[in-house]
Ligand binder design. Structure first.
Ligand code: GDP
Ligand code: IMO
Ligand code: MG
Length: 423
């Protein structure tokens, strides 16, 4: 029995969807614990590509139960679209998808306020999915939750109350157009029928399953450096993607977690604004983007690309308590004759001891690089660790040592088969 947290080890898009899909072969339950439809988790099976935003990446295996935890913020329309799409592709959902009654609902005003905020001075480069404004309401104790869908009278009252405040904000502060209260009330009252069958007391269900010896995967979205507490604030998301969020976002206590596996890309990417010390704004960065097909799975935006940052990953492994790492996208480095690895930062000429999350310090930090020789051959057909060229193995050993990580899985392509365990 294992209860394993899967966390993004960098700024998101490390390949969490692919690795969760692989690991869900040996786990009975997969639970998403935070974030919302800002996530885009890709799973490629042969020539078919599936992008999941809210539903856990175990859903493509029909013997796996998928659960959306209380830490997730749910856009009901996005959820129903995703369920519909899965059904159209022949995947069953009924009886194996459950949603926590305590998860908060994304409302139309959250999405509108998200985009209005982004047109202001401090642009974060959000996904526009209403994530930040929804978590604001959660913590302000004004949120509307999945459980509220079960009580139409209460639901309508809450929506009307919230809309008074939101419409004032939208018209008076943002000078934008007032929202249609009746339309929103009708839309959300109608979600009740469709979402009802999935609602569950998730903490009781999961804790009983664990007590019965069931293996559980806890799927994080985003990545450690986007964590609202431990990331590059304010250029972060509004939840806790780090491993601690897996407990608060599901109702599974820390004493039940047995492993924390970080998914880490063999280089670095970031979408949206914010500091990125190893970013490459030249043709090498372009080459990484083209080879790695680095375009957002949710928004289609080009991802910013740069060299592997061992200083950042060391910090990420520390705050996540990472016990093992799945290293993804090794194949993307196949045609680079030289590969740089950042081993530390210099700030005003001095080597920093600890990773600075302060954006001003990060922006002023100069990465210290060590250069390693590339392997210059195709790794995408390697079937085992032993198949990897010697220089690729040396790269993995080198970054593992510098970042203090224990690589147990290597991924050399988007498909299920392009993955192997390190013995
Ligand atoms: P997630 O958000 O962490 O699940 O990652 P995304 O799905 O947003 O982005 C990862 C992208 O890389 C997807 O298009 C995957 O299909 C792809 N991918 C995953 N692992 C590998 C790999 O080892 N090599 C290559 N070339 N692509 C990969
Ligand atoms: P997955 O799970 C990469 C980024 C946005 C923006 C910041 C805040 O696929 O790895 P938000 O909409 O959350 O308020 O945006 O966070 N961001 C992601 N970047 N992968 C993601 O998810 C992301 N989800 C949000 O680009 O910089
Ligand atoms: Mg993604």
């Amino acid at each position: 029995m294992s209860v394993t947290v899967i966390v993004g080890g960098q700024w998101g898009d490390e390949g969490k969807g692919k690795i969760v899909d692989i690991l869900s072969e040996s786990h009975r339950i997969v639970v998403r614990y935070q974030g919302g439809a800002n996530a885009g988790h890709t799973i490629q099976i042969k020539d078919k590509k599936y992008v999941l935003h809210l539903i856990p990446s175990g859903i493509l295996r029909d013997d796996v139960i998928c659960v959306i935890g209380n830490g997730v913020v749910i856009d009901p329309a996005a959820l129903l679209d995703e369920i519909k799409l899965l059904k159209e592709h022949g995947f069953s959902v009924e009886g194996r998808l459950f949603i926590s009654q305590n998860a908060h609902l994304i409302m139309p005003y959250h999405k509108i306020i998200d985009s209005l905020n982004e047109s202001g001075k401090t642009k974060i480069g959000t996904t526009g999915k209403g994530i930040g404004p929804c978590y604001i309401d959660k913590y302000a104790r004004k949120g509307i939750r999945i459980i509220d869908l079960l009580d139409p009278v209460k639901l309508e009252r809450k929506i009307r109350e919230n809309l008074v405040e939101k419409n004032n904000l939208i018209t008076d502060f943002y000078k934008s157009e007032k929202l249609d209260v009746e339309k929103i009330v009708d839309t959300y009252l109608a979600f009740d029928r469709e979402i009802d069958p999935y609602i569950k007391d998730v903490p009781s269900y999961l804790n009983k399953a664990i007590a019965d010896g069931t293996s559980v995967l806890l799927e994080g979205a985003q990545g450690a450096l986007l964590d609202v507490d431990h990331g590059t604030y304010p250029y972060v998301t509004s939840s806790n993607p780090t491993s601690g969020g897996a407990c608060t976002g599901t109702g599974i206590p820390p004493t039940k977690i047995t492993e924390v596996t970080a998914i880490i890309k063999a280089y670095t990417t970031r979408v949206g604004e914010g500091p990125f010390p190893t970013e490459l704004l030249d043709e090498t960065g372009e080459k990484l983007r083209a080879k790695g097909f680095e375009f957002g799975a949710t928004t289609g935006r080009p991802r910013r690309c740069g060299w592997f940052d061992a200083f950042l990953v060391r910090y990420s492994c520390m705050i996540n308590g990472t016990t093992s790492v799945a290293l993804t996208k090794m194949d993307v480095l196949d045609t680079f004759p030289e590969i740089k690895v950042c081993t530390g930062y210099k700030h005003h000429g001095k080597l920093l001891n600890n990773f600075p999350v302060d954006c001003d310090i990060l922006n002023e930090s100069i990465p210290v690089y060590e250069t390693v020789e590339g392997w210059m051959c195709d790794t995408s057909k390697c079937l085992s660790y032993d198949d990897l060229p010697q220089k690729a193995k040396e790269y993995i050993s080198f970054i593992s040592e510098k970042a203090g990580m224990n690589v147990t899985i290597v991924s050399v392509g988007p498909n299920r088969e392009q993955t192997f365990f390190v013995n």
